[in-house]
Design a protein around this ligand. Structure first.
Ligand SMILES: Nc1nc2c(ncn2[C@@H]2O[C@H](COP(=O)(O)OP(=O)(O)OP(=O)(O)O)[C@@H](O)[C@H]2O)c(=O)[nH]1
Ligand SMILES: [Mg+2]
Length: 340
């Protein structure tokens, strides 16, 4: 199975053009001086963060990216043209790593942010550079410098305001499809979602981005069911919305299972604000809902919202909470930015 959140690329910058050996040949000038131009610079390899991309899917089909070589210098002092840069466009949230897939080269979080990954080789000097008092007719020119090449990894960690977590079949994808235009597959069997999906919802004229990830199971933080990779996608969210199926035999046990994975993954993730959504409550009567909500709130110490993505019950309330947390976090970050 191929995933869209990781890609290995081979990139190369361009070689510089060679300097040229050439002499002036003009009527009435017997011994024309050297006039070989310099080679052009090889193109750079650049990675740029752009809007409008959500996955690394394009790299499934193309893994090699080469900048163009600089042109060789020409006679009459003509410098060769510079080689064209290669620009690799990636989505917001892409981390660029060395071939070892561990050493981070860059973390591209802002649109238009770019990094120069490999520099093109310099062009070589043409023979006009080598003219001196002792050598009026140098036959020497430099070769252009070679470009560089290497393998790198791209890893996408979605940047969303809220992340949906929960066991498989908890109703995460149904929720995101009822509050946003995202239409992930929904089905009545576990592991329906295989790749993270981003949805955008408008609430009180504010945009909220929400990440739906595949269901988490015991051992997820260790990579079981690729869970560690999925947890990476909610690492940068302001708030976790933890869905628990109200039809479950033991909702508290479900909560603990997923919490254990979150806590084992990282402290940072564990400390994120979490709200609980008790899902699919259209199947329960008010008394049962209250009983389950009270029980979960008592045991977890967190706010529990009974919701139904079918009747839209509770969605307004949960979005209000999500929005409040996001706004609070923004205010905190802005204060940090502006205070000396
Ligand atoms: N009655 C009812 N059924 C729901 C609701 N939300 C989800 N379901 C059903 O629950 C099943 C699982 O829903 P999904 O949204 O695919 O669950 P998921 O959490 O995304 O599952 P994975 O992608 O496998 O992790 C589907 O059959 C849905 O129709 C709800 O609010 N009410
Ligand atoms: Mg799903």
């Amino acid at each position: 199975m191929k995933f869209l959140d990781q890609a290995k690329l081979f990139i190369s910058s361009g070689k510089g053009g060679n300097g040229c050996v050439s002499f002036r040949r003009e009527k009435y000038i017997e011994f024309g001086g050297p006039n070989g131009g310099d080679g052009g610079r090889g193109g750079d390899a650049i990675i740029r963060c752009v809007d409008g991309l959500n996955t690394l899917i394009d790299f499934r089909f193309k893994q090699h990216f080469s900048a163009k070589n600089g042109e060789d210098g020409k006679g009459s002092e003509k410098t060769g043209g510079n080689g064209q840069d290669i620009i690799i466009n990636v989505p917001k949230g892409t981390i660029v790593l060395e071939e070892d897939n561990k050493t981070v080269i860059a973390d591209l979080r802002e649109v238009n942010q770019e990094i120069l990954i490999l520099e093109g080789g310099n062009g070589g000097f043409g023979n006009s550079h080598f003219k001196g008092p002792n050598n009026q007719a140098p036959r020497k020119a430099n070769a252009g410098l070679i470009g560089e090449e290497k393998w790198i990894w791209l890893r996408l960690k979605l940047i969303a305001d809220a992340g949906l977590i929960g066991l498989p079949n908890a109703g995460k994808s149904t929720l995101i499809s009822s509050i946003s235009a995202a239409k992930p597959k929904v089905a009545d069997y576990p592991f329906t979602t295989l790749n993270p999906v981003l949805g955008i919802t408008n609430h009180k004229s504010k945009e909220i981005t929400i990440a739906d990830i595949p269901g988490l199971i015991e051992g997820a933080h260790d990579g079981k069911g690729l869970g560690d990779r999925f947890l990476g996608h909610v690492e940068r969210c302001s708030i976790l919305v933890h869905l628990i199926d109200s039809f479950s035999e033991d909702p508290y046990e479900d909560w603990k299972t997923v919490r254990h994975e979150v806590e084992s993954y990282s402290d940072e993730l564990a400390q994120k604000k979490e709200v609980i959504a008790l899902s699919k409550v259209d199947g329960l009567n008010e008394k049962d809902i209250k009983e389950k909500v009270d029980l979960l709130e008592g045991k977890t110490g967190k706010n529990v919202f009974p919701i139904s993505s079918v009747t839209n019950k509770g969605l307004e309330e949960i979005l209000n909470t999500v929005l409040n947390v996001i706004e609070e976090k923004k205010i905190k970050e802005d204060t940090k930015k502006w205070s000396p």
